[in-house]
Design a protein around this ligand. Structure first.
Ligand code: ATP
Ligand code: MG
Length: 320
């Protein structure tokens, strides 16, 4: 949090901030920290132009620019505006300093966008991804040297004690005092394995179960079942965030799994209007789906087979 705040500090003097790149595993607090740092900045310097873009959803240059045009500049954006119209609009009307959060930036398909951002007067960005990828790898050499990343911040999994503390505070705020014992928080924290999202989702599932049994606090015996319910709930939410390419992969696997990579790509290409290359498919879509544990792989007789991890996520019904 301190490093991100330091990166943004120049904005307080009307200057462009340093770009930063946050990376680390799921549920380690990257999105939370980026948003909190920007919120804090905006308390100091009122009305700093700001945009949050999830590159998982908005993965083309045009989609990101459309969002920036709306959120940084404001006003109506013409429907299906061309990239050059959007660029012109932001160039003309945006006056920095300002900041953009590019969440899930590893999903961005057209990284020349990072150069577009550099060209907007006074704009800086906070990029977020799970792995320490080279965001600038595909940029032209001349352009590459101009875009700099001032801060790289590695997020590690939370320790058990920290998760237990986060849970205890959430329970106090959300469920009232004495909703669960320290043992319950510690058990959930241990099973969450450093992932705060898993911890919080489990706590919520356990609270739901307890309340459906008419209990006013969460007994220890409900924790194990709540973990598996949380896994399904997270899978369902992740599924709802998938882009159209990744959804096709899940749908194909639903019908035909297990499949080797080449066959999976072929089936996907048959079904998608605008399929990406095998390499991009593997590096971006498959690796994301694997990272979020929606799909799994298994090696059999020297071949890697892909399958759905927990069945089709949309078919898991929340347990009341
Ligand atoms: N330090 C913290 N204190 C309280 N809650 C936290 C903290 N860090 C994370 N959380 C909560 O844990 C959940 C997951 O955090 P967050 O979304 O920031 O993870 P992430 O690193 O962005 O994960 P992903 O890579 O999957 O996007 C959120 O509900 C968030 O509110
Ligand atoms: Mg996140």
């Amino acid at each position: 949090m301190n490093e991100v705040t330091d990166a943004l500090a120049p904005i307080e003097d009307g200057q462009r901030a340093e770009n930063c790149f946050l990376f680390g595993p799921s549920g380690a607090g990257k999105t939370t920290v980026a948003r909190a740092a920007v919120r804090e900045l905006r308390r100091e310097v009122l009305d700093v132009p700001y945009a949050y873009v999830n590159c998982w959803r908005d993965y083309t240059r045009n989609a990101v620019l459309e969002r920036l045009s709306r959120d940084l500049v404001g006003g109506a954006v013409p429907r299906s505006a061309s990239t050059s119209t959007l660029l012109d609009r932001v160039h003309r009307d945006f006056n920095g300093p300002g900041v953009v959060i590019l969440d899930e930036v590893d999903q961005l398909r057209e990284t020349e966008l990072l150069y577009d951002l550099h060209e907007f007067r006074g704009l800086s960005w906070i990029g977020i991804a799970n792995d320490e990828v080279d965001l600038l790898a595909d940029l032209d050499e001349r352009v590459r040297s101009r875009v700099s990343v001032g801060y790289r911040v590695r997020f590690d999994r939370y320790g058990e004690d920290t998760i237990a503390e986060i849970l205890e505070r959430r329970a106090r705020e959300g469920l009232g005092p004495n909703a669960a014992s320290d043992e319950v928080f510690e058990t959930i924290a241990r099973l969450a394995d450093g992932d705060a999202r898993m911890g919080i989702t489990t706590l919520r599932a356990a609270a739901r179960k307890a309340s459906s049994e008419g209990l006013s606090n969460i007994p220890r015996r409900l924790v194990e079942d709540s973990i598996s319910e949380a896994e399904r709930e997270i899978a369902r939410k992740t599924y709802s965030k998938l882009n159209d390419h990744q959804r096709v992969v899940v749908d194909v696997l639903q019908e035909e799994a297990p499949l080797i990579q080449r066959d999976l790509h072929e089936r996907y290409s048959e079904r998608h209007d605008n399929p990406v290359s095998l390499r991009y498919f593997r590096d971006t879509h498959l690796s994301k789906l694997e990272h979020y544990e929606l799909i799994t792989t298994e090696s059999r007789s020297g071949k890697k087979y892909y399958d759905l991890a927990l069945g089709h996520p949309e078919q898991h019904k929340p347990i009341q």
